[in-house]
Design a protein around this ligand. Structure first.
Ligand SMILES: [Zn+2]
Length: 420
């Protein structure tokens, strides 16, 4: 009897010690910031409770502007002619950048422009990579009459996009018809040939409004709709029609437009699908979000069953909101551009850009975690932002996000994390 009870106590005690050691060692593997996050952040708390294999992580960013100056440093630069009032050649933007940050050894590799962003993409290995492609890909010289700022990348430079394994390009923006219908058609053909999916522009309205489906094996599907709004400078006559190529235009954020999207979503959305509305809207500079944008975003979530609003057009990041568990990125900011030497808007720091990594529960479409990795553009290349610059972004976003009930934490390795 005595030996029976001592055996029980011995076994129990041994197991308890084991559990204690396991718990203690696991606790110690979390960094200080991770401990803080797990106790403070709703999203992070939930993420620990859910099986990681059922989560979907998306990489999202704003404008990828590989035309103009950037095209000129890639292996196959196109015709540099511009029709801007002060700049007549795209090489001028290379000169401006070099004056600020030193010489760029041309030609650069196709992957050069992504710099440290590639390291981060490799490390996180998101399930899908989603960008707004803010340039045409064409040799066309037939510019849109009256349009001054024109973007084109030579089609032989397409590897500048594919080298970052981009899955999807939003095309409904204010540059996709810069080089007229020929330019648009060559852009679509080049992306198709390179197996890069796109939405938001097409040979007719039916094609321009058709969403893209990205299958994530064993996890679910991402369905992406792309829209352009005249508030971002998309000309009204760029709207695609039944018999005319062009852009999937949102005219006025009306009830009709919400209902149209609802009908499209109802036709396609199944359990486990994440629906993204990628919208090019609003001005280039400033942090204020028009009331109509906020209402439209929430209506899309409430009435059209959209799960993520991927907003872009602003040259710098704008506030972030979480509405009923769904992520609203009002403006992701530029991600890659040739603006280094352009003065006038320094207070917005458009050299600082963000990689958005959104982890979503595909069963509910709710955001579990949003991590943002700050980058700085130098010599047309993305570099990890330093601590001071990451904190600058954190402070600006905190100032602006307060109105939307969100805040931004910073980790010891300069990543920004959304709190809501
Ligand atoms: Zn734009």
């Amino acid at each position: 009897m005595k030996s029976f009870w001592s055996r029980i106590f011995f076994t129990l005690g041994y197991n308890l010690i084991g559990i204690f050691i396991l718990f203690f060692t696991q606790s110690c593997t979390y960094s200080e910031s991770e401990q803080k996050n797990s106790s403070e952040l709703n999203g992070t708390k939930e993420i620990h409770q859910q099986n990681a294999s059922s989560q979907i992580t998306l990489f999202l960013c704003g404008d990828v502007m590989t035309g103009r100056g950037i095209d000129q440093v890639l292996p196959f630069p196109g015709d540099p002619t511009l029709y801007e009032s002060y700049m007549k050649t795209a090489e001028g933007y290379v000169d401006l950048a070099e004056e600020v940050n030193g010489p760029i050894s041309k030609p650069v590799d196709f992957s050069y422009i992504w710099g440290d962003a590639l390291t981060e993409l490799d490390r996180i290995n998101p399930d899908a990579r989603i960008i707004n492609l803010e340039t045409t890909i064409t040799k066309s010289n037939d510019f849109w009459p009256g349009k001054q700022v024109l973007y084109r990348m030579h089609p032989d430079n397409i590897k500048a996009i594919t080298s970052a394994k981009i899955d999807f390009c939003s095309l409904a923006n204010n540059h996709i018809l810069d080089w007229n219908y020929n330019g648009l058609i060559e852009t679509l053909e080049t992306l198709e040939k390179a197996n890069v999916k796109f939405a938001g522009a097409g040979l007719n309205i039916r094609k321009a409004e058709t969403p893209v489906i990205i299958e994530i094996p064993n996890k679910g599907r991402i369905i992406i709709f792309s829209f352009g709004s005249p508030t971002s400078g998309v000309p009204l006559n760029w709207a695609a029609k039944e018999d005319k190529p062009g852009v999937n235009l949102l005219l006025n954020f009306s009830e009709d437009e919400i209902r149209d999207l609802k009908e499209s979503v109802d036709l396609i959305k199944q359990q486990g699908d994440i629906v993204i509305a990628s919208i090019h809207w609003g001005s280039n500079w400033g942090y204020d979000i028009p009331k109509s944008h906020g209402e439209f975003a929430k209506n899309l979530i409430d009435k059209a069953r959209v799960d993520i609003i991927h907003g872009h057009s602003s040259h710098h990041p704008r506030p972030i909101e979480v509405y009923k568990g769904k992520l609203i990125l009002y403006g992701c900011g530029d991600f890659i551009n040739d603006y280094e030497g352009i003065g006038g808007y320094e207070q917005y720091r458009d050299d600082l850009t963000l990689m958005y990594f959104a982890t979503v529960d595909p069963t509910k479409g709710k955001i579990l975690n949003l991590k943002m990795v700050p980058m700085q553009i130098k010599k047309f290349k993305l570099n990890y932002a330093n601590n001071e610059d990451a904190k600058w972004l954190q402070n600006i976003l905190n100032r602006e996000c307060t109105k939307f009930g969100t805040q931004i934490a910073i980790t010891e390795n300069n990543n920004l994390v959304l709190k809501w």
